[in-house]
Design a protein around this ligand. Structure first.
Ligand code: ARG
Length: 460
């Protein structure tokens, strides 16, 4: 490719090396920005015409040409050529082929630096709005299962050891609150796309009487960006999105990991539908929780996308640097990953059958009521620390005989120094019902929480 064939060829005598072109080209990544690139270019050309910066006939010719190009791209007939460095140069090159000199006027009062971030913000906003809907569907699937399992009890765990019984609804709602905070972060990303960079030029602004309000409004932004250097040199909205995606990834990874454990033979707490599981090529009996495992595994990838862009931005001097071209690989990877994850998690959860009997059985035969017994002693006037110690002794006595707390005999009770205590009912039901303070797992508290979570998700 010779210097003269390029958008920027005038200054160059010799052509560029193929090895450089391969490194420098971003077309494979940014070609998907074409709908936004065409929209923004049409708005820009219309504004240039309206302001008398280019002749009205040229503005009209540009608009027709861009419309034809949209058709070509939509049908997959757009003739990309080897010198097309990115989607912006490809569109401008094609426009000039189609409409001649008018096409050469499109880039008046514009740089690829304000163009690329304008296109990217338009793309980001559309995708965020779609993902807000997907997030809501996932929250609703969790809410529906929670609603159905208010009276399903299972062990709650600390350190992967059975700790105290909880309602399954309570456990599932924990994830709804995580998603609620994710929705807030997604909202921050959407809000960060409000300022329109178009009209910032390469870095210092534009020396023509452009109407930035007009282009900002036409493209659905709230206002023109207030500082040209910041507008072309920052990627905060992308980082806000990647922060959302990374944190969502962590939440879905934890949920995925729990589903994997619950679906495993040892727990057997959940049966996943055939539609969201896969078989083994060798082991005929297998039904693998692949969706949950992949959700577990995507978190580091999303975190890496965030870390990648943060790393690219750190230390970058103002304003535009070619480093910024790397932003889109991280952004699109995260957007696509979230698009894959959310519907699969929603489908997997909606179709999951929780094994109520297995969960209930896992609350029995152990020491899940140990704290309840200590609380009972406290209510009878014992200091908590003494009660804790006495129940600990009882646990040890039971362990020595290989039985759970329900099967303690008077000798065990006496050995623990609790002979004079009249023992309370130590069922899982009594245990959950005792947790009546707000945010706890008693039926009324969970019902209240469910209503609050429904209202939150309804207001997203
Ligand atoms: N492909 C470039 C990007 O994605 C477009 C901007 C190029 N600007 C420049 N001054 N070389 O960032």
């Amino acid at each position: 490719m010779t210097g003269g064939g390029r958008l920027w060829g005038g200054r160059f005598g010799a052509g560029s090396a193929e090895a450089f072109d391969r490194l420098n080209s971003s077309l494979e990544v940014d070609r998907r920005l074409w709908p936004q690139d065409l929209r923004a270019s049409r708005a820009h050309a219309r504004m240039l015409g309206a302001q008398g910066i280019i002749p009205a006939e040229d503005a009209a010719a540009i608009d027709d040409g861009l419309e034809r190009i949209a058709g070509e791209l939509e049908r997959g007939e757009f003739p990309f050529v080897p010198g097309d460095e990115d989607i912006h140069t490809a569109v401008e090159r094609r426009l000039t082929e189609l409409v001649g000199d008018a096409g050469r006027r499109l880039h008046t009062a514009r740089s690829r630096n304000d163009q690329v971030i304008t296109d990217t913000l338009l793309h980001l906003r559309e995708r965020c709005e779609a993902q807000a809907g997907l997030l809501r569907e996932l929250a609703e699937a969790l809410l529906a299962q929670a609603e159905a399992h208010v009276d399903t009890l299972l062990p709650g765990y600390t350190h992967s050891q059975r700790a105290q019984p909880v309602r399954l609804a309570h456990h599932l709602l924990a994830y709804v609150w995580m998603l609620d905070r994710d929705r807030t972060r997604l909202g921050h990303a959407i809000a960060a796309t409000a300022d329109c960079p178009l009209g910032s030029g390469a870095l210092s602004g534009v020396g023509f009487p452009i109407d930035r309000e007009m282009t900002a409004r036409e493209l659905g932004f709230e206002r023109p960006s207030p500082n040209s250097l910041d507008a072309v040199g920052s990627r905060d909205a992308l980082i806000d999105y990647l922060h959302f995606a990374a944190q969502l990834g962590v939440h879905l990874s934890r949920l995925g990991a729990e589903i994997v454990a619950w679906a495993g033979d040892e727990a057997g707490f959940v049966e996943l539908s055939d539609a969201f599981t896969s078989g083994s090529s060798m082991l005929p009996q297998k039904k693998n929780p692949d969706a949950a495992e992949l959700a577990r595994a995507k978190a580091p990838r999303l975190a890496a996308d965030l870390a990648g862009l943060l790393g690219t931005m750190a230390g970058l001097p103002l304003a535009y640097n070619k480093d910024l071209q790397e932003d889109k690989a991280y952004l699109f990877d995260a957007l696509d990953t979230v698009d894959l994850l959310l519907p699969a998690m929603t489908g997997m959860l909606a179709g999951a059958t929780f094994r109520v009997d297995r969960m209930r059985a896992a609350t029995e035969g152990g020491f899940l009521a140990a704290t309840d017994l200590a609380d009972h002693l406290v209510r009878a006037g014992w200091p908590f620390r003494r009660a804790h110690e006495a129940v600990g002794r009882l646990v040890r006595a039971c362990l020595e005989r290989g039985v759970g707390l329900e099967d303690a005999v008077p000798d065990d009770v006496a050995a623990a120094g609790l002979a004079d205590v009249d023992m309370p009912e130590l069922t899982a039901e009594a245990s959950v019902e005792a947790k009546r303070a707000p945010g706890g797992t008693a039926r009324a508290a969970v019902a209240e929480q469910l209503a609050a979570a429904r209202a939150r998700v309804g207001a997203w």
